[in-house]
Design a protein around this ligand. Structure first.
Ligand code: DGT
Ligand code: CA
Ligand code: CA
Ligand code: ZN
Length: 580
């Protein structure tokens, strides 16, 4: 954090503490105003360390504020802030950090129901104490609960949808340098995990100086953590850390394998090497000669090192794509054929401007066609999704006709009339069967009551899976990564029912959802159940999200036979028909 932001946060915190202590409103606002000014200040406050006059010359900074800024610049703290923090119960400051929980509410929680810590807040939500407070709505309570859940799981891991574009941008820029021979990302990002701890880049360069400089001086870098001959580390604005390792050309495969991980996969491979009288490290696979020290330092030639494939082969193992290198995957079993982005030929969950998308039916269909799909299903929201402008029965009937008309006009792509029908809390659907039967395809998804207990959630989803007119269960748990846990149904039961009823479960490819998640996909695949990978497109760019759904599918070991989007048009349409 820059010094300006740190100082701004101090003044903001002082204002919040004053508010919790019910201090004079004028004083609260004055501190907030200073916080705002400091946050937006273009120049670095660090330069004012010995310049009280300069601070006073700034608009909106009075003597008291100037002194506290100086105090912070010189000592790293503000005495008033420590004093105020001491005047409230210790756990209360943590409550101020809960997103969406303002100082006024924190004061009420403290004064009215003696909630003075995160734990007490959780209890008060669970036992209904919060509900009993006057002027405390169900919506507010639900938001607080969401924030708490978010804080528990969020940690510092970054969503893949944010990490991937950052990494690809950087790789493309560094690849363009004259000295760069090879550069790629490795680590959890290459394995396609839904969240990423840090980004690992691996490069071969003829000009270490050029590459290190370009990397550490990239415009988005806020801090250089390390700069050495073989490794550099930086931190970007969003708090992302990136490691860049520079390796020898001949050892690229071994290094890529090592830094792709997972750690557990590496351990399994190393043990396997030992059993074969070999030694595996990030420089290569070497014959074991019983000498001490690393083989590469003694000039021993590797058995394999330049490609990952050659190393798996020398270990007499099938090649494992990065998505199948987690501990759960083991190393001996052959992964079989997996879906890839090119094998996906149909999008079965998408929205137009009739509900909450931005494209017309026609533009959506043309976009799908341009992307080489043979089928697109238009599935706008149903009537209960009011905030998403869900369609009334009457609007849906007209929409079906409009979709079929576009379908008859366009050559080279089938445009299907579908709906994303809400699965209501009790498991019933948002339209009656007569209307559902008029649709070419029904995606049924949970959008509300996502905090239901597991038994209820299981019954609810089973009912939708068994509904004879439903083809696909959209984002089955309704989770939002790092923000909302969603439903926790009995997955083995769901996949079993889905297989029996020939209903597909969706992998929603939106990187905020990835729902089903990888482990659920694996369960579904093993149960022999059908899977649909869909982007849930609301705009043209959303079609690009497909890759995240495919990565998740591959981590679940999904092959093209079980993925309805990878089927030929004929096979897909026959399946859709079978439920009509
Ligand atoms: P992340 O960053 O937490 O999402 O997960 P990774 O898998 O990217 O882990 P990271 O960045 O700590 O390290 C990248 C890879 O380097 C890791 O997947 C395997 C390899 N690696 C790192 N430390 C070790 C280690 O102590 N032993 C072994 N065998 N491999 C390691
Ligand atoms: Ca990493
Ligand atoms: Ca790392
Ligand atoms: Zn949708």
């Amino acid at each position: 954090m820059s010094i300006n932001r740190e100082l701004s946060a101090c003044f903001e915190r002082i204002a919040s503490l004053l508010e919790v202590l019910d201090a004079n409103g004028f004083k609260i606002n004055a501190n907030r105003k200073v916080a705002r000014i400091l946050k937006e200040l273009p120049e670095d406050l660090g330069q004012y360390k010995d310049d009280r006059k300069g601070l006073l010359a700034m608009d909106g900074i009075g003597a008291g504020s100037a002194d506290r800024i100086l105090e912070f610049l010189q000592t790293g703290t503000i005495e008033e802030l420590d004093r105020l923090s001491g005047e409230i119960p210790e756990g209360l400051t943590a409550l101020l950090d809960v997103p969406g929980l303002g100082p006024k509410t924190v004061r009420r929680l403290w004064q009215e129901v003696d909630v003075t810590s995160i734990e007490k807040l959780q209890t008060a939500i669970a036992d209904g104490t919060l509900e009993s407070m006057p002027r405390m709505g169900a919506k507010t309570i639900a938001n607080i609960a969401d924030s708490l859940a978010f804080m528990e799981t969020a940690g510092d891991r970054l969503g893949i949808g944010i990490a991937m574009p950052v990494a690809e941008d950087l790789v493309a820029r560094l690849q363009a340098l004259s000295g760069t021979r090879q550069i790629t990302y490795a680590g959890s990002l290459r394995r396609g995990r839904e969240t990423i701890g840090d980004i690992d880049l691996l490069a071969v360069t003829d000009d270490v100086e050029q590459l290190s400089t370009a990397f550490t001086e990239s415009p988005e870098v806020v801090k250089i953590l390390a700069r050495g001959e073989t490794k550099c580390s930086v931190r970007l604005e969003q708090g992302i850390q990136i490691d860049l390792r520079m390796v020898e050309h001949d050892a690229f495969g071994a290094a890529l394998m090592y830094f792709t991980g997972s750690k557990e996969h590496n351990v399994l491979l190393r043990e396997r090497a030992i059993r074969h009288g070999l030694r595996l490290n990030e420089y290569g696979l070497f014959p074991e000669d019983g000498e001490n020290g690393t083989p590469q330092s003694r000039g021993v030639a590797p058995t394999a090192s330049d490609t990952e494939e050659s190393i798996y082969e020398a270990l007499e193992l099938p090649y494992h794509p990065p998505e199948l290198r987690e501990e759960r995957d083991g190393i001996e079993e052959s992964p079989g054929k997996l879906v890839d982005v090119d094998s996906i030929r149909a999008e079965l969950h998408s929205h137009t401007d009739a509900s909450d998308g931005v494209l017309s039916i026609r533009s959506l269909a043309l976009e799908a066609k341009a992307r080489g799909l043979h089928t697109i299903a238009v599935t706008d929201h149903s009537r209960s999704s009011v905030q998403a402008n869900g369609l009334s029965e009457k609007r849906l009937l007209a929409h079906i006709d409009a979709i079929h008309e576009v379908d008859s006009e366009l050559k080279g792509i089938r445009v299907l009339a579908g709906s994303e029908v809400d699965i209501l809390a009790d498991g019933s659907l948002d339209y009656d069967d007569e209307l559902l039967a008029k649709l070419d395809l029904v995606v049924a998804s949970p959008h509300v009551a996502l905090r239901q207990d597991p038994a209820k959630a299981t019954r609810r989803l089973l009912q939708a899976i068994r509904h004879p007119l439903v083809h696909i269960i959209g984002h089955p748990t309704g989770r939002i990564i790092n923000r909302r846990e969603g439903l926790s149904p009995d997955m083995p039961k769901l996949v079993e029912a889905a297989r029996e009823c020939d209903t597909a479960l969706e992998i929603n490819a939106n990187p905020l959802r990835l729902d089903l998640r990888d482990t659920h996909v694996r369960l579904a695949v093993d149960a022999g159940c059908l899977i649909s990978i869909d982007t849930d497109a609301h705009r043209a760019e959303d079609f690009d999200l497909l890759r995240y759904g495919v990565l998740t599918a591959r981590r679940g070991r999904l092959g093209p036979d079980q993925c309805v989007n990878a089927w030929t048009a004929k096979k897909l349409h026959a399946w859709l028909e079978s439920k009509r």
